[in-house]
Structures are given as C-alpha cells and as structure tokens.
Design a protein. Structure first.
Length: 227
C-alpha cells in the first residue's frame, strides 16, 4: 500500500490550520494504515491535537477489534468532550475531520464530521464515501437545539451566522448547536478499489467535471505506476 499527500496554503491571510496523518502501525499482529485530514478554523490547536490523539483514542477503545464502527463513534465523542473541557489550553476554535483506517489491507473504515470528504475510485469511477454535514441539511436539529441557520445572499448557510458546517470538533461557543457524531462507513477492499482520496472542502468545492477529471488523471497515473 502506497500513499502521498500535499498541503497548499490558501489566501485567507492566516497561518495554515490543516493537518494530516499518514502512517502505518502493527498492533496485535494486524497491519494498520492510518490516514486523516483535519481542517481547522479559528486557530490550529484543535486540529494539531487531533493529529496527535484521535487515532490513539480510537485504537485504545476496548471494542475496536470487535466493533470498529462503535469504537470510532465513541472515540470521536470522547475526543470532542476532552477538547471542550480543555478549551482554555486548546482555544476556542475547532476542526472538521475525515479519517480512514485500513486493516490488514482488507477492510477500510472511513469516518467524518464536517465537510472534509473521502472519495474512492472504484473500477475507474469516483464514489463519495462520506457525508457533507452542512447547516442547511441539519437545520431541524440545529433549531431544535436552540440555534439557527442563516442563508444570506452571496454566502453559504452558517450555524448562528458563523460556522459553515453542522458538525465539528471543538467550537466551544457553538457547541450547543453542533454535533460531533461522525458518519462511519465500512468498505471491503478488493481488486475493484483503485485508490481513495481524503481532502478538505477546498479541493471539493469546484465543478464536478473538474473532480472527475482529477480522478481520471489519478486513475491513469495509478495504473501506470502499478504496471
């Protein structure tokens, strides 16, 4: 299994707030590939913490090897709880997340909160594995929890007029209206799976034809490399 990554700083005028994980571990005779993108906002302390701790917390869940889906959900929630309880040290900001765990080259477990995505190339076609947690689609939940969603002309929908995602780690001031519940998906790995792309929203917020073009180029490059 091979991987690559690239980080490009945008034009927002502040320091880079995105972090990634790409590493391999051997635990209990299992070969693991751990990959993630953390897209921070209002500072880099929360995504930096996630880079260091989220996978550790997932793998320390007692039921990880029996029930990975529940273990991932529990670790996401418990990690967010710690971030909120330590907001004096970690700051007021937050982060989206998309994580992928490959177990023994046979099973892929993908989870996300926010709008960072995982897309798989299967038989040369792109399929999104994650769910974009946008304020408009979760409006009923947000309003039930006492928040509101703004939809101003020329702007994206925002929670309480501020955050453009409905789920995130951290964000102490908005947490009453946000969720840290991830969507988790299992994908058996077989010969039809070519590669998986993890990326923050900046890559995906382009016309679909450009995304499909990118996947096509990567697909061709992958096959040239493989052969």
């Amino acid at each position: 299994m091979s991987h690559g990554f690239q980080l490009v700083e945008g034009k927002s005028g502040h320091d880079m707030e995105d972090y990634h994980v790409a590493e391999y571990r051997k635990i209990k005779n299992h070969e693991l590939g751990l990959f993630a993108i953390f897209d921070g906002h209002l500072g880099d302390r929360v995504p930096s913490y996630l880079k260091d701790k989220l996978f550790l917390n997932i793998l320390e869940e007692s039921n990880f090897w029996i029930d990975p889906k529940t273990a991932i959900k529990n670790a996401y929630r418990n990690t967010d709880k710690f971030i909120l309880e330590n907001s004096m040290q970690l700051g007021p900001g937050g982060s989206t997340a998309v994580t992928a765990i490959v177990i023994d080259g046979k099973d892929l477990w993908v989870a996300n909160i926010g709008d960072s995505r995982a897309v798989v190339c299967e038989r040369g076609c792109a399929n999104q594995l994650t769910v974009d947690h946008e304020p408009y689609t979760e409006r009923k939940r947000i309003e039930k929890q006492g928040g509101f969603v703004t939809t101003l002309p020329g702007d994206v929908p925002r929670v309480n007029g501020q955050l453009a995602v409905a789920r995130a780690f951290g964000d102490q001031s908005l947490k009453a209206h946000l969720s840290s519940e991830p969507d988790v998906r299992h994908v058996p790995i077989d010969s039809t799976i070519e590669f998986v792309i993890l990326a923050s929203d900046g890559l995906w917020k382009v016309p679909l034809v450009l995304i499909l073009g990118l996947v096509s180029i990567l697909f061709l490059t992958f096959n040239l490399y493989k052969n």
